[in-house]
Design a protein around this ligand. Structure first.
Ligand SMILES: Cc1cc2nc3c(=O)[nH]c(=O)nc-3n(C[C@H](O)[C@H](O)[C@H](O)COP(=O)(O)O)c2cc1C
Length: 129
């Protein structure tokens, strides 16, 4: 039994994160329900391909989006403005990681939460510290 039958047979929605159009096409062929295009902006376990969300998301939408395959953006999406931007780029929604790190429910140390809230545009650059 293949992954599609195992996952969908158990009643799950099958979601997969991809860093490239090539991987998105492979996912579509496998029958995945929701393909998440994760740009290089994504937090922590970041996409290994150095392609950013503004480029990757519309390219993945164009390659695989249809009535059977939803596409979500990931990497830098964190509020209503960025959700709206993803939808303008053709996405059906977004997946957020870093934003949830800084919520009350998160068990990350307050130091990490503060660094997310206080981050500016160059927050990941060594010279900004
Ligand atoms: C603290 C943290 C841990 C993560 N751990 C994983 C992980 O173990 N595996 C994975 O595939 N992605 C992981 N991610 C990436 C997220 O699944 C998601 O793709 C990414 O956070 C989306 O971009 P954003 O951080 O800009 O919202 C992690 C992200 C964060 C912030």
């Amino acid at each position: 039994m293949g992954w599609k039958d195992k996952i969908k047979g158990a009643g799950f929605t099958w979601i997969h994160i991809v860093p490239s159009v090539r991987a998105a096409l492979r996912c579509k062929k496998a029958g995945i329900d929701v393909i998440v295009a994760s740009g290089h902006e994504g937090g922590f376990h970041t996409s290994w391909e150095p392609v950013h969300s503004m480029i990757l998301l519309p390219a993945v939408v164009e390659a695989v989006s249809d009535n059977d395959t939803l596409v979500c953006g990931a990497g830098g999406f964190c509020d209503g403005k960025t959700l709206a931007a993803a939808m303008v780029l053709g996405a059906d929604g977004v997946l957020m990681g870093t934003r949830f790190l800084a919520t009350q429910e998160s068990d990350f140390h307050p130091m990490w939460k503060a660094s997310v809230v206080e981050a500016g545009d160059r927050a990941m650059c060594p010279t900004s510290f």
